[in-house]
Write a protein that binds this ligand. Structure first.
Ligand code: HEC
Ligand code: HEC
Length: 323
């Protein structure tokens, strides 16, 4: 009798595993619908200049899509080819950044602008599958997306084939059930005045420079925000030596006790950004941020003074994984 029950238990367990595995497999290439934003391409020199500034400055595309071995150039904030190939090692597997030069075969030359704009704004790739939420451009204005894509089109195409992402078992499961396209939060602006206002600072910190995306704790399996905004505590691998070092983002809210920037004036803030990287294993894109104008840094500083103070003590921003 017991033997029989046991046999049936094993059989039903096996059946459940097979059913679960086939559901997971069937959901790997789920496609989603999202609108195609209308983004005009321009050859106007002011637009192209704005595009170059966003791409290599606050938008820091080079930090993830820049040629992998040009470490010093990226740290200086130089204009490097955006041929992709950087690998993020995550609990769910390996994710490789794509080539975003206009090469028709290995880059983004084969896509229409509205397909690429939809990917950045709504998290749906040209083929309809989900784009993992690494980038903060869901609420980037129409005018700035237009500047970014107009500029990318003028770049030298580079033929560089990047491997497909490599998921592990957890990755397949997370991809099947937990990763969904992320879209804009509220209304997307057609354009925004680039002045020193708090509103513009908020736009840069949230929707272009990704201060919020890194300085807020997140679940590394799904990318979901799990901490309070700008309170830090998000741990990420060293871009130079991911096996041995990790860094943790400091709390940049104006909390009087635990905020990293307490006592910093606007001057201190700008001087800190001009100085570039001070911790070798930092994942913060200090190189590209060095290119940011005083105007933009002032706007970000002013905005950060207005965010909700959060008490969250971050003891160390660099972790030696060997010890
Ligand atoms: C923090 C790293 C990071 C930054 C910064 C970043 N990207 Fe990405 N980007 C990625 C990753 C990772 C993917 C692939 C995601 C996926 O396949 O699900 C990607 C995908 C893309 C795609 C889709 C390409 C395709 O073939 O589907 C485009 C377009 C793109 N990025 C443009 C940009 C631009 C433009 C900037 C700067 C304004 C930028 N990225 C900044 C990490 C980044
Ligand atoms: C890719 C992730 C990432 C992004 C994007 C990012 N940071 Fe950071 N930031 C870090 C990490 C990691 C550290 C800790 C290591 C270090 O100090 O360089 C840090 C440190 C800092 C510090 C402390 C520097 C010091 O010397 O004490 C400030 C201030 C700061 N970030 C502000 C910002 C602002 C403002 C933005 C947006 C313009 C931003 N960060 C965007 C990851 C990021």
């Amino acid at each position: 009798m017991l033997k029989k029950i046991f046999k049936w238990l094993i059989v039903s367990l096996l059946i459940s595993i097979v059913v679960f595995a086939s559901v997971v497999a069937s959901r790997q290439n789920t496609t989603y619908d999202a609108p195609y934003p209308t983004i005009a391409i321009s050859t106007d020199s002011t637009v192209l200049k704005r595009g170059e500034y966003l791409v290599y400055g606050p938008g820091h595309c080079a930090d993830c899509h820049g040629k992998v071995d040009m470490i010093d150039a990226k740290e200086r904030g130089d204009i490097v080819p955006l041929e992709g190939g950087f690998t993020f090692i995550l609990p769910v597997g390996k994710v490789h950044t794509p080539n975003i030069t206009p090469d028709a075969e290995t880059g983004i030359g084969k896509y229409k602008t509205e397909e690429l704009a939809r990917a950045l704004r709504y998290g749906v790739k040209p083929d309809g599958t989900v784009l993992i939420d690494f980038m903060p451009f869901h609420n980037t204005s129409d005018e700035d997306l237009s500047a970014i894509f107009s500029y990318l089109k003028t770049m030298q195409p580079v033929k560089h084939k990047v491997p497909e992402h490599e998921w592990n078992i957890l990755g397949y499961i997370v991809k099947a059930f937990a990763i969904k396209p992320v879209g804009p939060d509220g209304e997307v602006l057609k354009a925004i005045q680039p002045d020193t206002s708090i509103a513009y600072g908020k736009y840069l910190a949230n929707s272009v420079a990704n201060c919020r995306g890194c300085h807020t704790n997140r679940d590394l399996k799904t990318g979901a925000f799990i901490g309070l905004d700008f309170a830090g505590g998000f741990q990420m691998e060293s871009p130079l030596d991911p096996a041995n070092y990790a860094c943790v983002t400091p709390n940049i809210t104006p909390d009087a006790e635990t905020g990293r920037m307490i006592g910093w004036t606007e001057e201190t803030f700008i001087t800190r950004f001009r100085a570039g990287k001070s911790i070798k294993h930092s994942a913060m894109p200090w190189g590209p941020f060095k290119r940011m104008s005083d105007n933009d840094l002032k706007a970000i500083y002013r905005y950060l003074q207005t965010v909700k103070p959060v008490k969250n003590k971050i003891d160390k921003t660099l972790i030696d994984l060997k010890s």
